[in-house]
Design a protein around this ligand. Structure first.
Ligand SMILES: Cc1cc2nc3c(=O)[nH]c(=O)nc-3n(C[C@H](O)[C@H](O)[C@H](O)COP(=O)(O)O)c2cc1C
Length: 182
């Protein structure tokens, strides 16, 4: 069982990190975590080379992620909510999935062979609602062929209660881990 985690938080021990630590306790197998802030992944520059070749030419860590997207069983998107969305840095990483968009246009089918399961873990101080960020995350997961996605998990009162103390969310994460390992 291989799980890819895309972490959109800049806080190394913040709310997202705490929830991911909890998730790790319940997940077996290999876990590969990518930091949208610290892994130096360039955004898509819309050079359109992938439109012709199906391959992204930017030589950075995203190349490893493309390989992991091929092989993994699960993908988790975990992020703080910023202005009701995923963080900008995480959207930058997601923009590199444009190569799959062109791949789908060209082949009719999905360029990633193996279907995956997905889950979305969000945290927010308490402003607005989490639906926009969740919908974006689900779209991004679909781009990576994570078709079956667990319902929204969101600790949305972190200004008052740290996510690590949000018992309902901790329980949901345990259930999501069961879903991912079915
Ligand atoms: C620039 C910025 C924008 C934010 N926008 C929202 C928002 O729209 N809704 C919300 O509930 N919280 C918002 N927050 C609060 C964070 O989502 C919240 O503090 C979260 O727990 C931080 O997670 P982290 O510790 O994993 O980074 C925002 C925080 C920042 C820095």
């Amino acid at each position: 069982m291989q799980t890819l985690i895309l972490n959109g938080s800049p806080r190394k021990n913040g709310d997202t990190a705490q929830l991911l630590q909890h998730l790790r306790k319940h997940l077996t197998g290999e876990i590969i975590e990518i930091s949208a802030y610290y892994d130096n992944i360039s955004p898509c520059i819309d050079c359109r080379r992938c439109k012709k070749t199906g391959i992204c030419v930017i030589p950075d860590k995203m190349q490893d992620i493309y390989n992991t997207i091929e092989t993994c069983d699960n993908i988790i998107i975990a992020s703080p909510i910023y202005f009701s969305e995923l963080t900008g840095r995480l959207l930058d990483v997601a923009s590199r999935l444009q190569t799959y968009y062109y791949g789908m246009q060209k082949n009719g089918g999905h360029p990633v062979k193996k279907s995956k399961r997905g889950a979305v873990i969000l945290v927010g101080g308490g402003e607005g609602d989490a639906q926009i960020a969740y919908d974006t995350a689900v779209r991004i997961l679909h781009y990576m062929k994570a078709k079956e996605v667990y319902p929204l998990i969101c600790s949305h009162r972190t200004d008052e209660i740290p996510a690590a103390e949000d018992e309902k969310v901790l329980d949901e994460i345990r259930k999501a881990a069961d879903f991912l390992q079915l």
